[in-house]
Design a protein around this ligand. Sequence first.
Ligand code: CP
Ligand code: NVA
Length: 338
Amino acid sequence: MTTHTAPPTAPPASASLLTELNLGKDRFLDVVDLAQQLKDARRQQRERPMLRSRNIALVFQKASTRTRCAFEVAAADQGAHTTYLGPDGTHLGHEESIADTARVLGHLYDGIAFRGFAQETIEEMARHAGVPVWNALSDDWHPTQMLADVLTIREAFPDRRRVSWAYLGDGRNNVARSILVTGAMLGMDVRIGSPLALQPPRTVQTLAAELAQSSGGGAWVTDDPVGSVAGADVVYTDTWVSMGEPDSAWDERVPMLRPYRVTCDLMAMTGKPDSRFMHCLPATHDDRTDLGRRVLDRYGLFGAEVSDDVFNADTSLVFQQAANRMHTIKAVLVSSLT
Ligand code: CP
Ligand code: NVA
């Protein structure tokens, strides 16, 4: 006997976005194209709502500014409703399993955005929901960030045939893994510069090498910060300690990652006057946050992974990236639910 039936109108769960690989190169680029069209339509005040009467659950087990707001605004623009379920206030994980929660939400909602810890949790959610599940960040991957980043790179370098994309910092984290795999899948020249102890897992490196071979791109991992940015069009970094890691990790990370800090000197090492800086945000670039003050007091650094001048330079794309989160997430919703 079947114990769970999906609502009859539900789109296939195959419309889920759990990692970048669910899309593959062509669909990934189709979603970026759609995001560009939706962005233009919104700017010209000719956007048509295509998701009227749709309901979307936003299940976030970690903090978020951009991703949550991007889902909410994208859904509202398209006529859909959202419910936000934050880290506290639900039964998820305490009194109710992921599977049961997914089955309940799958009967009430047309799609679920999920931000959590282990990738396996989001995959379990997708197995049981019966509606599309979109990965709003896990410990391993951040696919919606990649869609925004690729749109931003395309806007910055519309004519460049093969963009060279360098990431410096914690190479094991979600953003670094996603950049390595996405860049390789799309035929870019992607490099990760991280100390040996913080490089992406071997399985992810092998996957990226295979993807690069079939796309004609390149995927490199090195512990040489200068070598990793030579010739790069884009220099990207992320926080040195990710959500879910203990605060005490800063004591070990700062000495390890200090040589990989993105400064004006490092940007100059690209050898390209038009190279751009990117960061998924939030960034520690000054002393105007609790974390920034702690980094200054404890380690004598004004800004951690990026210096304030690089962050605020004209060549910094960080706020364009943040805006593109909304347009690309809207494209994910529209392409999954229509
Ligand atoms: N870049 C990103 O995912 O930001 P939030 O954590 O604010 O959603
Ligand atoms: N690596 C970061 C990304 C935040 C958007 C984290 O997981 O905290």
